[in-house]
Design a protein around this ligand. Structure first.
Ligand code: ADP
Ligand code: MG
Ligand code: MG
Length: 548
């Protein structure tokens, strides 16, 4: 499945004259401001925002091998099904992430989530349906071999709060606009629309939420977005909200030859955990969730979409956990449910690489709408993984003669260590590993995995544009030419559980407990010198790709 790209990455990016750079920057900035490619500015904001700044972006799309892009899209359906099945496998999650036997024993955050879920199960929680809006992230990897094959390798799989989907579509559209208005000044024969893959992430993510809302099937119910207080990446969420309410779509009419245009017309309520602690009510386990909208009015919630609750800092007090568990207790469809959130743990990613585990999930069951998974699909999936092991692994488990720590120490310059956290900024890299391991307590080892570093193609450059600000900054200061690494994320959704309606099954849409779809994509490009560089946390920009 590897591809030997004939594209010369060292020749990228084409040289930009300063007049070209200025013209592209002006057009791109105007486009971003006019099309909601925006953030709220840093600092404390008024409750009604008064201004916004454009998100950081790349001036040119980044070259990406066509075969590897197609492969990433193909893999997404397999991943959608895989993670749906993991989330439905309570025994597996108890074993790997639980507080009695798994990571939850040593990781307080994971332990709290798991034990809250376990307590609800003991009360009779019956999760009939779960929704996942997923993003599988990849970097290109150059295998050290002589022929320099370029292969896609998975960084991680996100099951909660996978962000930047809608803004990434705006960046793709911005790059198309730059082509339409400048032809990118004929700088490269590759820069033309045939090489810009379509990116319909906004409608794709909304489609997942619509599927859950429709399956809940209560007229007048609404979708709840659980958000962080002071969220700056609010426009990324609002695009989805507007899509759910306003977007027109074409639906088949009763007669096969006719179609009619209708709206999703699904209103969204946005709340923080603090707001929900006073506004949310659930009368008992598996009962509807109601949100009060005034002293006399409540709204039933069909689907809860979490853009919060993925990190311990979202839970500043025990009451925040109680509110999260109140939501879990309800009949509303959670995106994600706690088991699906736990399935996205880095530990699960590592356990999947152990012998026979992925086969157990993919080969023995045939309950998805995708055609069943073959041995070749699984080989392809495995080829997208780097080596991983737990820091608590025994010598027999690592197969390297040493235990998990020894193996990590002996190869530390080629490794990243990861805890069970999301949102960037939590990993330990290369030369920082030995001093870190000296301070790591024995009982904390089980909370960490070691992963081989992906080795991206060298010498690929790009033009990065910092987030907008109000200062009078010259084009030279704004457009930073840098060696870059680009991370591709492929989005997918899955609606799954025993509650998929039998009518849907007979209509042929669903052949079992998982209904899923691969949707759009995201590219984040960072300066090569930074190990991480999340768009929200460091100098990394939103980008799109040109297939080569
Ligand atoms: P998070 O859930 O916090 O986003 P990630 O696993 O995505 O955690 O790690 C954060 C970042 O670290 C990634 O976006 C990537 O830039 C870098 N990274 C993670 N794993 C690897 C790896 N195996 N090789 C190279 N870089 C990696
Ligand atoms: Mg993540
Ligand atoms: Mg990540």
């Amino acid at each position: 499945m590897a591809s030997k790209s004939t594209f010369d990455f060292a020749q990228w990016p084409p040289k930009l004259a300063s007049s070209h750079s200025e013209s592209l920057l002006l057009r791109a900035t105007r486009y971003a401001l006019a099309h909601g490619l925006l953030y709220l500015p840093p600092g404390i904001q008024p409750s009604i925002p008064a201004s916004a700044i454009h998100a950081p972006f790349s001036l040119l799309p980044t070259p990406f091998p066509r075969g590897q892009f197609e492969r990433a899209k193909r893999l997404q359906s397999i991943y959608n099904v895989l993670y749906a099945r993991i989330a439905m496998d309570t025994e597996f999650l108890d074993e790997v992430m639980g507080q009695e036997r798994g990571v939850g024993k040593v990781d307080d955050f994971v332990g709290k989530l798991w034990s809250g879920w376990k307590a609800l199960r003991d009360e009779g929680l019956d999760q009939r349906l779960h929704l996942g809006l997923f993003r599988s992230d990849y970097l290109l990897h150059v295998s050290g071999s002589a022929d320099d094959e370029i292969l896609l390798k998975q960084v991680e799989f996100n099951t909660i709060s996978s962000s930047f989907g809608t803004l990434s579509q705006r960046v793709s559209e911005m790059h198309r606009h730059l082509y339409a208005t400048t032809g990118f000044f004929d700088l490269s024969t590759h820069l033309k629309p045939e090489n810009f893959p379509p990116n319909d992430t906004v409608s794709g993510l909304a489609e997942g939420l619509v599927a859950a809302h429709a399956a809940y099937n209560v007229p007048g119910s609404q979708v709840l977005f659980v958000v962080q207080p002071g969220e700056r990446n609010v426009f990324d969420q609002l695009w989805l909200e507007y899509e759910l309410l306003e977007r027109h779509f074409v639906a088949p009419y009763q007669l096969p030859c006719l179609v009619y245009v209708c709206r999703h017309s699904i209103p969204v309520i946005r709340c923080t955990l603090d707001e929900l602690s006073t506004r949310a009510t659930v009368s008992g386990v598996n009962q509807p969730l109601y949100i009060s909208t005034s002293s006399t009015n409540t709204i039933e919630i069909s689907t809860i979409y979490f853009r919060s609750c993925y990190t311990p800092t979202d839970f500043r007090t025990p009451e925040h956990y109680s509110t999260r568990f109140l939501l879990e207790k309800s009949r509303a469809i959670k995106c994600p449910s706690i088991p699906l959130q736990l399935a996205g743990g880095k530990k699960v990613q590592e356990v999947l690489t152990r012998e026979g585990v992925v086969e157990k999930f993919l080969l023995s069951q045939s309950d998805s709408n995708s055609t069943s998974c073959t041995k070749e699909d699984i080989d392809d999936l495995k080829e997208s993984w780097m080596q991983m092991w737990g820091l608590d692994a025994s010598p027999s488990e690592t197969g390297s003669g040493g235990d998990g720590i020894e193996r990590a120490l002996s190869n530390h310059l080629n490794l990243v260590l990861k805890p069970q956290r999301e949102g960037g900024g939590n990993n330990v890299y290369k030369e920082d590993i030995p001093p870190f391991l000296e301070t790591l307590k024995d009982e904390e080892k089980a909370a960490w995995i070691a992963m081989e570093l992906i080795n991206p193609p060298k010498a690929l450059g790009g033009y990065l544009v910092r987030a907008g600000d109000t200062g009078n900054v010259s084009t030279e200061e704004k457009v930073v030419k840098s060696e870059v690494v680009s991370e591709l994320g492929i989005f997918g959704w899955a609606l799954f559980g025993d509650g998929l309606r039998s009518t849907e099954r007979t209509a042929g849409e669903v052949s079992g407990r998982v209904r899923e779809k691969q949707i759009g994509w995201l590219v984040r490009t960072k300066g090569k010198e930074s190990n991480e560089g999340g768009v929200a946390t460091g100098f990394s920009v939103l980008d799109s790709i040109v297939l080569v």
